[in-house]
Design a protein around this ligand. Sequence first.
Ligand code: VGL
Ligand code: ZN
Length: 216
Amino acid sequence: MAEQTTITPTDTDVFIITDIQYDFLPGGALAVPEGDAVIAPINRLARIFRHVLLTQDWHPKGHASFASTHPGRKPFEMIDLAYGQQVLWPDHCIQGTPGAEISRELDIPHAQLVIRKGYNPEIDSYSGFLEADRRTSTGLAGYLKERGFRRVFCAGLATDFCVAWTALDAKAAGFDTYLIEDASRAIDANGSLARARADLEAAGVHIIDSSQIVRK
Ligand code: VGL
Ligand code: ZN
C-alpha cells in the first residue's frame, strides 16, 4: 500500500531523475514499456523541487553488460561476471550516441548535476551511487552529504533496475528515501519488478504517488 501523507519539498530535499534517455523510451534499443508516460509527471514534480539531479546511463562500446559482448549469449539471459550475476542487455546508451541523449522533452533547466554511470567497461551500474560490484563509488553519496541534503526522491526509468538500485543505495547511505511510483516505469523481466518492490519495502524506502508531493 502506498503511503498517503502529503510532502512539501524543502531546501534539504533532492529529486534524482534516472535515465530519461532515448534508448529507454519508445523506439529505443532497450525501450521500457510506457517509458514516455513518466515525462509529464517528472516535469511537473521537478518544478516543485529546488534541487534536481539527473542520471545518465553511459556505456562504452563492448560493455560487459551487453549480450553482444559475449558470443552466443542473448539479451535478458544471466551471466556470471567477476562481481557476480549480471543480466545481459541489448546494446544501449553508448557514449556519444543519440540513444544515450537525455530526452529533450524533459523540461528541467534548473537541474544541477548530471551523474553518468556505467562507464567502466567491466562493471555495470544501475545505481547512481555504487557500481554493480557494490564497491566502486560514483561519489554521489559524498556530494549529497556535502551539500546537506537529507531526503532523496527518486523517479524515472526503469523502476526495477536503475530507479530501485539508486533508491536502495540512497537509503543505505543514510538518506530518508522515497520512490515516486507513477513517475517511474519498469522493464519487469523475469519477475524483476516484484523483487525490486520487496527489496525496497524491506529496506524502508517509502513508495509514494506523485500526487502526494505538493508545493508549500
Ligand atoms: C537500466 C538496464 C540496463 C535502467 C540501465 O536505466 O534501468 N536498465 N541499463
Ligand atoms: Zn545500462
